[in-house]
Design a protein around this ligand. Structure first.
Ligand code: FES
Length: 232
């Protein structure tokens, strides 16, 4: 097939404004968008900047906007999106270069919600036991690969209002509903604050964007209920 990739470029060392550039090349329908981007970078324009690592949907490096929807380039086949592909960086994040956005604030939000196990009890002799049902309570949100596709699809996040974004709430959910964790009170001020979960308008973009199928909007709703009724 004749593939045509139109890419939103931003090369701050060359020019101040972003622009779109189209590359045409031969590709197979079973090629991934990442294969096309690699072809452009390796054979047509070495200055194209993008992140990728595992190339198998594990590391979350290559989330980007593909034909208007956030996806992983390594998990998106040309036969599913067509030969004419528009590729843009995730919305709502500062763009550093081409398809690379600044993720430092994204990971700062994980720190804000304390996305780690908090338990000041002395550790038991062996592990902290948990039943399969208890583990299932946060099983969905534990699948998060931290790619930013959900946060970059959220209209409440785009304007830079300070909303912590769906990914940070997913991270908080992972620990709030873990019976071994006792840090819910420490997370409350951020989650219940002006920039916390209540900025979510239940648009469901995040659930549609998640490449690993997390029910993000549902998780956000569960965190809202937990804050309202203290039902953790
Ligand atoms: S390169 Fe790792 S998820 Fe796509």
């Amino acid at each position: 097939m004749n593939a045509s990739f139109t890419i939103r470029r931003y090369q701050p060392e060359v020019r101040d404004d972003p622009y779109y550039e189209t590359f045409e090349f031969e590709a197979e329908p079973t090629d991934r968008v990442l294969d096309g981007l690699n072809h452009i970078k390796w054979h047509m324009d070495g200055t194209l900047a993008l992140r990728r690592s595992c190339q198998h949907g594990i590391c979350g490096s290559d989330a980007m906007r593909i034909n208007g929807r956030n996806r992983l380039a390594c998990k998106t086949l040309l036969r599913d999106v067509g030969a004419d592909v528009t590729v843009e960086p995730l919305m709502g994040f500062p763009v550093l270069k081409d398809l690379i956005v600044d993720f430092d604030p994204f990971f700062e939000q994980f720190k804000e919600v304390k996305a780690y196990l908090i338990n000041d009890e002395p550790p038991p002799e062996k592990e902290r036991l948990q039943s399969p049902d208890e583990a299932a309570r946060y099983g969905d949100t534990s699948k998060c690969i931290q790619c930013g596709a959900c946060t970059g699809s959220c209209p409440s996040f785009w304007p830079g209002s300070g909303f912590i974004g769906p990914a940070a709430v997913v991270q908080a959910h992972r620990f709030i509903f873990d019976t071994r964790d006792s840090g819910s009170d420490e997370r409350q001020s951020v989650l219940d604050g002006r920039e916390g979960v209540w900025a979510c308008r239940t648009v469901f973009n995040c659930t549609k964007a998640c490449p690993v199928g997390i029910e993000v909007t549902r998780a956000i709703g569960e965190v809202k209920r937990a804050l309202s009724w203290d039902e953790t």
